[in-house]
Design a protein around this ligand. Structure first.
Ligand SMILES: Cc1ncc(COP(=O)(O)O)c(C=O)c1O
Length: 428
C-alpha cells in the first residue's frame, strides 16, 4: 500500500504583489519549497506584463500600434541579452524552455546534417531534462540520429574523460553536444567551460539548458563559449509560457516551427509582447539581485539541510556537496530510505509544505528518477526522493514548517512503504 491520498488543496500559498522591492509577498501560511518547478512572478515583471497586455498590436504589423508592440519586444530583447551576456541578435524568443530545447536539439542536428550527412551522433548527458532527452530520442527514432548518453559521477557531474574519449573516437560523426548548466533535480552545476574546451578543437557546437541556472548562478552566454543556450521565464520571476534560445549567428540552425518567418526565420509565430516584456524585466531583476540572493539562499539551504538531517537522520543528501560551490544555492535533494517519494510529497502537502519528487510519473505510476539512476543510486533508494527548492520568496519560516512536519511524515511514509513492500514481495 502506498499513501496516495490527494492533497486537500494543492494550490500554493496565495501571492500578493508588494511592489516595494519588486518581490511578491505571500500569505503567511504554507511553505512553498518548489521554486525549481515554477516561481512567483516578480512585481516588476507582473506590472510590465499588465501594461503591455492592455495594448493591442502585433509586433510584426507596420502601423503605429504594431510598432509600439515591436518596441516593447526589442527593448526586452536588449535587456535579456544584456542580462545574460549575449547580443540582442542572438536572442530567439520561444514559448518556454521546452520549445527552446527542441529547437536547439532538432534545429542544430538538422542544420549540421544538411551540411554533412555523416554527422549522426548527438551527445547528451544522462541527467538532462526530458525537454532535451526526448527530442534527441525522437531524432533517433525518426531521423537516423545516434544518441550517446554521457555518464555522470555519483554527484551528477559529467565525466569529462568519457566526453573527451567519445570525441577523440567519433568527432567526425558528431552533430552536437548538449549538457545542462545545472540539474533540475539535484542542483549540480556542470563544468560547461571544460565541455566547450573539449568540443572546440573539433568545431562541434555545444548547447546548454540553463533553465535552472539563471537567477541562481552567474550565467554569461558569450563568456561560457557555448553556441546555444536555453532559458525560461517562469523559473526566475517571469511568466509561464515564454523563454528563449540564445544562438550564435553563425550556428547552423534549422527551423522547427514554420510560418510567418519571425525570429530570424527559425521560430515562426506572432510574438507575445506582454510575456516577452515581463520576461525581460524578470531577467534583469534576477541578475541584479543574484549576489545577495545567492548568498541568502545558500545560507537558508545549508540550514535546511542541517535541520532535515537532524529531523530525519537516515535521509541521504544527493547531488554535489554544497561546500564545493557546484550546487545551486536554492537546491536541497534527499532520499529517505524505505519511503516512497510520492507518499512523502502528499503527506507534506497535507501539512502545508509543497515539495517535489523531482521525477516524472508515467500513466500515473511514479518512476524512479533517471537522474538518480544515472548517478548510481539503487532503484529502491531512488524511489524515496524529495527535492526542496528555494527562491526569492523563501524564508526561515518555510524551513521551520518543513522540519516540524518531517519526522511524522517520514515515519508514516516509511510505515506505508513497509506495508506496500510486503504486499509486493518485500521490494520496499
Ligand atoms: C532543466 C529544465 N529544462 C527545461 C525545462 C522546461 O521549461 P518550460 O517549463 O519553460 O517548458 C525545465 C522545467 O522544469 C527544466 O527544469
Amino acid at each position: 500500500m502506498t499513501v496516495t491520498t490527494p492533497p486537500p488543496d494543492p494550490a500554493r500559498a496565495p501571492l500578493t504583489v508588494s511592489g516595494a522591492h519588486g518581490e511578491p509577498s505571500r500569505e503567511p501560511d504554507g511553505a512553498y519549497l518548489d521554486h525549481a518547478a515554477t516561481t512567483p512572478m516578480s512585481a516588476a515583471a507582473l506590472a510590465a506584463f499588465v501594461a503591455e497586455a492592455q495594448r493591442t498590436g502585433n509586433p510584426s504589423s507596420l502601423h503605429s500600434a504594431g510598432r509600439t508592440a515591436r518596441r516593447a519586444v526589442e527593448e526586452a530583447r536588449e535587456t535579456l541579452a544584456r542580462s545574460l551576456g549575449a547580443r540582442p541578435s542572438e536572442v530567439i524568443f520561444t514559448s518556454g524552455g521546452t520549445e527552446a530545447d527542441n529547437l536547439a536539439i532538432k534545429g542544430i542536428f538538422w542544420g549540421r546534417r544538411a551540411k554533412d550527412p555523416c554527422r549522426s551522433r548527438i551527445l547528451v548527458s544522462a541527467v538532462e531534462h526530458h525537454a532535451v532527452l526526448d527530442p534527441a530520442f525522437w531524432l533517433a527514432g525518426h531521423a537516423g540520429a545516434d544518441i550517446v548518453l554521457l555518464p555522470v559521477d555519483g554527484d551528477g557531474r559529467i565525466d569529462l574523460d568519457a566526453l573527451r574519449a567519445e570525441l577523440a573516437a567519433h568527432a567526425g560523426e558528431t552533430a552536437l553536444i548538449s549538457v545542462m548548466w545545472a540539474n533540475n533535480e539535484v542542483g549540480t552545476v556542470q563544468p560547461i567551460r571544460d565541455i566547450v574546451r573539449a568540443a572546440r578543437p573539433y568545431g562541434i557546437p555545444v548547447h546548454t539548458d540553463a533553465v535552472q541556472a539563471v537567477g541562481q548562478a552567474e550565467v554569461d552566454f558569450t563568456e561560457s563559449g557555448v553556441d546555444a543556450m536555453t532559458v525560461s521565464g517562469h523559473k526566475f520571476g517571469g511568466p509561464v509560457g515564454v523563454g528563449a534560445l540564445l544562438a550564435k549567428r553563425d550556428l547552423a540552425l534549422d527551423a522547427v516551427l514554420h510560418g510567418g518567418g519571425q525570429e530570424r526565420g527559425v521560430r515562426s509565430g506572432t510574438l507575445d509582447a506582454a510575456s516577452i516584456a515581463a520576461f525581460g524585466v524578470a531577467a534583469r531583476h534576477a541578475v541584479e539581485c543574484l549576489p545577495d540572493r545567492a548568498a541568502r539562499l545558500s545560507a537558508l539551504r545549508d540550514d535546511l539541510i542541517a535541520r532535515v538531517r537532524a529531523a530525519a537522520p537516515d535521509a541521504v543528501l544527493r547531488g554535489a556537496d554544497p561546500a564545493s560551490g557546484d550546487r545551486l544555492p536554492g537546491n536541497a535533494h534527499f532520499t529517505f530510505p524505505g519511503a516512497e517519494g510520492d507518499s512523502l510529497l502528499y503527506l507534506l502537502d497535507s501539512a502545508g509544505v509543497q515539495a517535489s519528487t523531482g521525477s516524472a510519473c508515467q500513466a500515473g505510476v511514479p518512476q524512479p528518477s533517471h537522474v538518480l539512476l544515472a548517478m548510481g543510486v539503487p532503484e529502491t533508494e531512488a524511489r524515496g526522493a524529495l527535492r526542496f527548492t528555494l527562491g526569492a520568496t523563501s524564508a526561515d519560516s518555510d524551513v521551520d514548517r518543513l522540519v516540524a512536519a518531517l519526522p511524522q511524515v517520514v515515519a508514516r511514509a516509511q510505515a506505508a512503504g513497509l506495508v506496500s513492500g510486503r504486499a509486493i514481495g518485500g521490494m520496499a
